[in-house]
Design a protein around this ligand. Structure first.
Ligand code: 2AM
Ligand code: CA
Length: 284
């Protein structure tokens, strides 16, 4: 495929997905009004879902499948239902989180979003992240920049931790198997940052990094759909994503250290390694 044909194809995927995600906003908002009465747990007491997660995912898949029958899907709720490990092939694949930040959604914290990413040949090329409560539509497609409500966004070119706002997601800190790791790393990273925030939606956190509100981000143990859409938006805004300890980022096991600049990632990776080496950690 020539570059211009590839570009046109991706633009078409982007335009259709953007419109569809926008249309799902009112549906998700309807659920937000009544979400506290409408949720159930999935794999554990802290793994929650509402009927609106499924409703929005079904709408997105139906609309995208109709427009693009050749595409495949990796979605949070479909994957949970089938109890299957998601597999990414070379085929154009939509990676969908119908509601990212479900706990916020249920507790009426107005910080959650609909997130859609598209991978072609295993490369992330389109990202759309929409918070309908705040009326914030973040979007990007490969090589064409990142946008908030149609206005170009960029990372803040921060290179020092003492000038950086750190986003640190504790995601599944309920699990004893990861709690020490999270706390040790948080202690090291937060000690040297200007401020630390944990927002409860990985997709929106990547967008806040893309728009310069945050400067760096570390999270592990999440799933491809939590990250896919935001990853494209961050890269197109000039940010960088690596595996948690440096090395190549892998969307199918998206443990990540992301930042506005490679300089910040390097410092963070060093601190994460120091944290992991701590054997006699006490809360100080
Ligand atoms: P979710 O709302 O789609 O589940 C920070 O809370 C991030 O962790 C969010 O992106 C959220 O995605 C994810 N998350 C929250 N609870 C989780 C859980 N129990 N297991 C895995 N990921 C979770
Ligand atoms: Ca979700």
């Amino acid at each position: 495929m020539s570059d211009s044909v590839e570009s046109e194809t991706i633009r078409n995927y982007y335009n259709v997905a953007l419109e569809l995600v926008m249309k799902c906003g009112p549906v998700a908002c309807e659920g937000y009004e009544q979400a506290d009465a409408n949720f159930k747990t999935k794999s554990a007491f802290y793994d929650v879902v509402t009927v609106y997660d499924k409703k929005v995912e079904d709408l997105l898949i139906a609309g995208l499948q109709k427009a693009f029958p050749e595409t495949k899907f990796i979605g949070e709720e479909g994957t949970a239902e089938n109890n299957s490990e998601p597999v990414l092939t070379n085929a154009p694949t939509w990676i969908i989180d119908p509601i990212d930040g479900t706990t916020n959604f249920i507790h009426r914290i107005p910080h959650w979003c609909i997130s859609v990413g598209l991978a072609i040949n295993r490369e992330l090329v389109v990202g759309i992240v929409y918070n309908p409560i705040a009326n914030e539509m973040y979007s990007a497609w490969k090589g064409h920049g990142a946008y908030l409500n149609g206005k170009r966004i960029h990372v803040r070119k921060c290179t020092e931790m003492n000038d950086a706002v750190l986003a640190y997601e504790v995601s599944i800190i309920h699990a004893a198997s990861v709690r020490d790791k999270y706390v040790k790393r948080l202690s090291k990273l937060a000690a040297v940052s200007t401020g630390t925030r944990c927002m409860g939606s990985a997709a929106l956190t990547l967008c806040y990094l893309a728009s310069g509100c945050f400067d760096c981000y570390h999270v592990e143990d999440l799933q491809p759909w939590d990250i896919a859409g935001g990853a494209v938006i961050l890269r197109e805004a000039g940010g960088v994503l690596y595996h948690s300890k440096g090395g190549e980022f892998n969307i199918m096991k998206p443990d990540l250290t992301a930042a506005a600049t490679p300089e910040l990632v390097k410092i963070m990776v060093g601190l994460i390694e120091e944290a992991d080496a701590l054997t006699d950690f006490t809360f100080k």
